[in-house]
Design a protein around this ligand. Structure first.
Ligand code: ZN
Length: 354
């Protein structure tokens, strides 16, 4: 295994790669204190924090349930097309800062539909935010419509139909599934996955986060080709073998898992076992402002913990490019750029060590 570099150096080197991130949530991922406070003021609301320091106190979780409560409070600031456009653009700015060229953002309409936010306002905001990211920041933004697992079955199907209706216009590239796994198995919404698959929309699902290996199997049975998290798959060796055999990508978010107590510490995270099983994994920051993270921070943290080395991290970053739901032509171009940048890193690496 390659020697671990000084973290700052590692981050600076990984910065040079044109990257892809596949597991960020539009809503929670935009709740940087400054933007959340600006949206709250615009919507005549008061948040339980007043600045970055009090937000950091507020963004301290002990469970996924508590996190979802806090998320629903902050996400109440999202109401209009302009709010949504600002949220999308905020993530475009963060992407450009890290040299992320393409990202897929989960949009959970169920978080706001119960408050009566019209779907058309959401779509308008996605369209505008995506345009800004392309024009102002050089970032290609796509969306995955994430079903709130706790929605009534007919309401969830309606969200799939809304997504399919706005697919081309809003850059919607997939269907996903989110929120508490306990009591809400993916199979409950099998008809939603079937409808999306019939329309040719790729499928993914959050599973194996607070749910176990059975929850991952349940999602696979719904036809998904990627799993978001999936870190509890290690409970079941036969599941690990199946994920490796079928090359199902796991979009793993290590620092989110620690913040939400999925694992008591990073040292106890299942990432090494997932990698040892031969499963394709990529690293992600989930809701970066709420977990004080970003993609490069995740890379540096797992390297420091597990000594993965730069070549392994480059391979994980490459997995995100390969397994994205990006259109084939654009993906091929980005992959060529990534491989060229990775080769330059490799050459420099050779020089470093004579
Ligand atoms: Zn997530």
């Amino acid at each position: 295994m390659e020697a671990t570099r000084h973290p700052d150096t590692l981050a600076a080197r990984l910065q040079t790669l044109p990257k892809v991130e596949l597991h960020n949530h539009l809503e929670g991922g935009a709740m940087y204190p400054d933007l959340a406070l600006r949206l709250a003021a615009r919507n005549g609301m008061t948040l339980p924090f007043q600045d970055a320091a009090s937000a950091a106190d507020y963004y301290r979780f002990t469970s996924l349930d508590q996190f979802i409560d806090i998320l629903r409070t902050t996400v109440a600031t999202l109401n209009t097309a302009e709010d949504y456009a600002d949220a999308v653009e905020r993530q475009g700015i963060e992407a450009r800062r890290q040299n992320i060229r393409y990202h897929e953002l989960f949009v959970t309409y169920g978080l706001v539909s119960r408050r009566g936010v019209p779907w058309e306002a959401v779509v308008e905001g996605l369209v505008e935010g995506r345009r800004r990211n392309a024009d102002r920041h050089g970032v290609d933004t796509a969306f995955i419509i994430d079903l709130d697992r706790t929605l009534p079955a007919d309401e969830a199907l309606r969200h799939v139909q809304l997504a399919l209706g706005a697919r081309e216009r809003a850059g919607i590239v997939g269907l996903g599934l989110d929120c508490q796994e306990a009591g809400f198995p993916a199979g409950r919404l099998r008809h939603c996955f079937a409808a999306a698959a019939e329309a040719g929309l790729p499928l993914t699902a959050h599973a194996g986060e607070d749910g176990g290996a059975a929850s991952v199997r349940d999602a696979l049975d719904c036809g998904v080709t990627r799993i978001d998290h999936g870190v509890q798959a290690v409970e079941d060796p036969s599941l690990l073998a199946e994920l490796a055999e079928r090359q199902v990508l796991l979009t793993v978010c290590p620092l989110s898992n620690v913040a939400l107590r999925v694992f008591p510490s990073l040292a106890e995270h299942s990432l090494p076992q997932l990698l040892a099983a031969g499963i394709p994994v990529c690293l992600n920051s989930d809701d970066p402002p709420m977990f004080a993270s970003d993609l490069l921070t995740e890379c540096v943290a797992v390297d420091a913990q597990f000594g993965l080395g730069e070549a392994r991290l480059v391979a994980l970053l490459r997995n995100a490019v390969v397994h994205s739901f990006q259109a084939p032509d654009a993906k091929a171009r980005l992959l060529a750029d990534f491989d060229a940048a990775a080769a330059r890193l490799g050459d420099e690496h050779g020089d470093d060590h004579g």
